[in-house]
Design a protein around this ligand. Structure first.
Ligand SMILES: CC(C)(COP(=O)(O)OP(=O)(O)OC[C@H]1O[C@@H](n2cnc3c(N)ncnc32)[C@H](O)[C@@H]1OP(=O)(O)O)[C@@H](O)C(=O)NCCC(=O)NCCS
Length: 190
């Protein structure tokens, strides 16, 4: 997958972000981005257990071998530095996908990295998985992430109260969706 420009008109050093398949080489870097239990819970709710370990990531990689289960990516900067993580999961070709486990390296936030990664994952979902809808769930308290997704065309479709019990308590999950008709004019404009 080649580099593409971010969707907004803000020019930053992370204008060019490339998604590459997640491998064992990415384990230590990813683990370093979630040093506390709260960091891990904010990122992935109860999907992984604290502390994140190579063994959990091995099982995660293994799970991606099942057909249409998940596509896992590391995002690289134009300088070839690993700066983010994103996953396309629940892949139902010609129907829908879900974006999950979106994380930006702590020192790289607020520069358009998440926006660039999500834009690329949307492109993959719509143009390679041929879906009509992309969903995601985000903790209701994660206003930064919700704002980021709204700017990319996602709309709130509902809230699931007390959806997940995490290490930091019960979490309400906001479900968000972007459909092909909303995405297409933005996605193809680049
Ligand atoms: C949420 C997260 C992915 C955003 O990544 P990012 O690369 O910093 O996001 P971007 O730079 O693309 O931001 C896009 C928009 O999102 C919103 N946003 C992002 N971070 C924000 C923050 N800390 N406070 C308020 N708004 C924020 C802003 O509207 C921003 O646009 P602007 O910078 O033009 O104002 C990142 O903070 C992160 O990894 N957080 C920890 C893990 C997590 O919460 N993952 C999401 C799970 S669903």
């Amino acid at each position: 997958m080649g580099p593409i420009k971010r969707m907004t008109n803000r020019t930053t050093e992370t204008d060019l972000i490339t998604l590459r398949p997640f491998t064992r080489e990415d384990f230590a870097r990813l683990i370093s981005w979630v040093p506390t239990e709260a960091d891990l819970a904010q990122w992935c709710a109860a999907f992984f257990k604290y502390p994140l370990t190579d063994a959990q990531l091995e099982r995660y990689l293994e799970s991606a071998r099942q057909p249409n289960s998940r596509l896992i990516f590391t995002a690289f900067s134009a300088e070839d530095e690993g700066i983010g993580h994103i996953e396309i999961s629940q892949i139902w070709p010609h129907l829908s996908t879900r974006l999950s486990r979106i994380l930006v390296a702590p020192g790289q936030r607020r520069r358009g990295v998440a926006s660039g990664m999500v834009a690329q994952a949307l492109m993959t979902s719509f143009e390679q998985c041929f879906v009509d809808r992309v969903d995601l769930g985000v903790s209701a308290g994660n206003l930064a992430a919700i704002d980021c997704y709204l700017k990319l065309g996602f709309r709130r479709v509902g809230t699931w109260s007390n959806a997940i019990l995490t290490a930091t308590g019960n979490v309400d999950v906001v479900w968000m969706t972007v459909t092909r008709d909303v995405w297409a004019p933005r996605g193809r404009a680049r």
